[in-house]
Design a protein around this ligand. Structure first.
Ligand SMILES: *[C@@H]1O[C@H](CO)[C@@H](O)[C@H](O)[C@H]1NC(C)=O
Ligand SMILES: *[C@@H]1O[C@H](CO)[C@@H](O)[C@H](O)[C@H]1NC(C)=O
Ligand SMILES: *[C@@H]1O[C@H](CO)[C@@H](O)[C@H](O)[C@H]1NC(C)=O
Ligand SMILES: *[C@@H]1O[C@H](CO)[C@@H](O)[C@H](O)[C@H]1NC(C)=O
Ligand SMILES: *[C@@H]1O[C@H](CO)[C@@H](O)[C@H](O)[C@H]1NC(C)=O
Ligand SMILES: *[C@@H]1O[C@H](CO)[C@@H](O)[C@H](O)[C@H]1NC(C)=O
Ligand SMILES: [Zn+2]
Length: 411
């Protein structure tokens, strides 16, 4: 009786979603119902179709925020992607429950209300719906499901910054690549299954530059380590991984049960929210001319942390840099003017749901635009280039989270 009470207290009020796996049609119906019932804070859009898209498989993204349909200056964009491997299905359900939690807590829970006020959160619960549908429950090594319907592993399908990737780009991959082009994501996370770890870039590396610990570091390594720790420290079970191989070693299926419980707890746990809050760590602002017109094509970087392929401001002149608290020199560069350097002190403002604000105002009469060259062709890093240059890609800081799932999984 007491146990039942506890469980019911943990469930969100008015939850419209049951705790089980949902087929793609059920997921779609849920997303459509959420966007209909909560139309003022949600916007449902499709970024493309899967290989079996003709069977009606759209890659649905639900955006949540006070202004869900478009970017607003000063509001960072965040994204969560799950189920890239079709057989890693827990993340998909987690994100559906996260959606449920966010929409039902808005205007009730002060933290979630502020999060929705200050952030635009994009959620793609399933990047590989075809793989999900092909998967059979409790298969340890399912022959189908991890890959998409063309038998391609989507987590091996993106252009690689270190090596030439010969794989044919799949519709799902292309959809995500186009999505990244169109939205300016400041922070992202990717949910996988099978182990419990928050993993951060790089996944690949140039052998000559791998550190003694076997790390392939980016210039944003401190930020990544912090983000990974934030996630892991707030996750009660991250130290208790389990794999499909020893499922039988857990008496009475307690592992699966526990994982299932964590699915409930995980979604309602503020850790996910807190984590999302990290998008407000660092500094943000605009690059403007003296008449306060935004300057597109400007590069803003931390002195000493130059990126191979730096992010350039768009039409609204906005930039975001994720940085740990501390003092930094920021360097804004446009053509036809000397770079502007500003010292910035970054307090820990995540609790205030806003990064430190700093605008750059170029005083020049005539301003040239930086040529909007695209990133160099991959691979970006020849061994020499890597040796002499700090290495990271902007603006999207991406993350991989492996969560405890029912299925065996690999990154
Ligand atoms: C949408 O609203 C209807 C009517 O109130 C309700 O029955 C349904 O559970 C809601 N669905 C979601 C996903 O919010
Ligand atoms: C990709 O193709 C090139 C040229 O055919 C080849 O040299 C290279 O080894 C291939 N890379 C991989 C990872 O298979
Ligand atoms: C500022 O950035 C520009 C362009 O990347 C670079 O040439 C210059 O050396 C940088 N200055 C400092 C102090 O980092
Ligand atoms: C910022 O402060 C919060 C507590 O308000 C803490 O949990 C978090 O780890 C801090 N972040 C950094 C980067 O120190
Ligand atoms: C957070 O906001 C409060 C109230 O607006 C302000 O007093 C405080 O200084 C802010 N904290 C930081 C670290 O900016
Ligand atoms: C890298 O640095 C070394 C010495 O510091 C220099 O000889 C070499 O030309 C540089 N390579 C590139 C690609 O800039
Ligand atoms: Zn995976």
């Amino acid at each position: 009786m007491g146990g039942l009470c506890l469980v019911s207290l943990l469930l969100p009020l008015a939850s419209a979603l049951d705790f089980g796996y949902h087929h793609t049609e059920e997921m779609e119906a849920f997303l459509k119902a959420v966007s209909k019932n909560h139309s003022s804070i949600t916007h449902l859009y499709s970024i493309g179709q899967s290989v079996q898209g003709k069977a009606g498989r759209d890659l649905w993204v639900l955006a949540l925020g006070r202004f869900p349909t478009q970017h607003r200056i000063g509001i960072p964009e965040f994204k969560y992607v799950a189920n890239m491997h079709g057989d890693e299905a827990v993340g998909r359900e987690l994100l559906l429950h996260l959606i449920d939690l966010l929409v039902t807590s808005d205007q009730h829970d002060p933290v979630i209300t502020r999060l929705i006020d200050s952030t635009r959160i994009h959620i793609l619960p399933s990047m590989n719906p075809d793989g999900f549908e092909a998967t059979k429950e409790f298969d340890c090594f399912p022959p189908f499901g991890r890959n998409n319907a063309n038998f391609e592993d989507l987590n091996r399908n993106f252009p690689d910054v270190f090596d030439k990737n010969n794989a044919t780009i799949q519709p799902e991959t292309r959809a995500v690549m186009d999505w990244l082009k169109n939205e300016m994501f400041v922070l992202s996370a990717n949910l996988h299954g099978g182990a419990l770890v928050a993993s951060y870039p790089f996944d690949n590396g140039y052998l000559g530059e791998i550190t003694l610990q076997g790390n392939s570091k980016t210039v944003d390594d401190d930020v990544f380590v912090h983000l990974a720790r934030t996630y892991a420290n707030n996750h009660a079970t991250m130290s208790q991984g389990g794999s499909c191989h020893n499922v039988e070693d857990f008496p009475g299926g307690i592992t699966n049960g526990y994982a299932w419980y964590r699915l409930l707890g995980g979604m309602q746990d503020y850790n996910y929210i807190w984590y999302i809050k990290q998008v407000h760590l660092g500094v943000k602002g605009r690059v403007l001319d003296k008449n306060e017109n935004p300057i597109p094509g400007a590069i803003v970087e931390v002195s000493g942390r130059q990126h191979v392929c730096p992010y350039r401001t768009r039409e609204n002149g906005e930039y975001y840099l994720l940085l740990l608290p501390g003092t930094y020199i920021l360097n804004a560069t446009i053509t036809g003017s000397v770079s502007l350097l500003h010292e910035v002190h970054i307090p820990n403002t995540t609790a205030n749901f806003s990064a430190q604000k700093l605008d750059f105002i170029f005083p020049d009469e005539k301003l040239g635009r930086l040529e909007l060259t695209s990133c160099p062709e991959v691979p970006l890093y020849s061994p020499n280039y890597y040796k002499n240059t700090s290495t990271a890609l902007k603006p999207c800081i991406n993350f991989l989270i492996l969560i405890h799932g029912l299925y065996v999984a690999f990154r």
